[in-house]
Design a protein around this ligand. Sequence first.
Ligand code: C5P
Length: 296
Amino acid sequence: MRAPAKLNLHLSVGRLRPDGFHDLVTVFQALGLYDQVTLTRADELTVTVEGEGADLVPLDATNLAARAVCLLAARTGNDARIAIHIRKDIPVAGGCAGGSADAAAALVGCDALWGTDLTRDQLADAGAVLGSDVPFSLHGGTALGTGRGEQLTPVLGQGNCCWVLALSEPGLSTPAVYGELDRQRHAGPVGVVSDPAEVLAALRQADAVALGRSLGNDLQPAALALRPALRSLLDAARELGALGAIVSGSGPTVAVLARDATYADALAAALTGQGQCAAVRRADGPVAGARVVEAH
Ligand code: C5P
């Protein structure tokens, strides 16, 4: 199975709800950068992980893919003794929904392995229990997310977006970034991104310049407060001629929009040369959500 990374082209964060989550209005896009998840029947539930940042991924029952297997096993009456192997390409703890992608891939994989033939809605319903981004990891494409991000409506769009992801050392926790935003809002007025109309219009018209101008993320000021070095990375990308640059979700990955694939490759090389980020990845969007790519 494989599942894609996500980016929030627009993320407006509303009030803190009694359940500890914030109401969101977000425009997700799935990017062609994937984690591969392999499931094999085994004597016990195990998790192994390879790839960049693998040492940061939990191998116990808190692993999101393991939780996905257990949840679906309980819901469908199947045996959760599965060996899960994850090959990470999505930045770990980077704000690109890597853990959610693994959970989405595990849900799709268990459904195939057990022949349970669940609908996408049933899988998304289970996914929402595991994390706010899991339903989108299943859905893929480009979608408007509301609620805590789990209620999805497909977004009409055309054309391809060419992205460069600038990776930084992990260490920005999602709850900490939301908490910093709450703190900033409590301390005084904080600028908020407007509604997603401009992003949606730019996508409809396949206008990359307008899309670059309209990217917005309410979590960005909070991520910058916790990781000030990200500001110079955003500035560097814009000075190099990016159409737009934005912190991805809660960060610290920065997503840089290029006018075409050739320019994206050049931007990736230039950002690598500047040495301000740990690594760069090229990825285009939108792509499909979690899929079985090879049955065992
Ligand atoms: O759902 P997920 O596991 O991604 O959420 C991680 C944390 O991020 C939550 O515990 C919460 O602190 C924060 N969050 C939030 N509002 C959302 C999504 C996430 O406050 N809509």
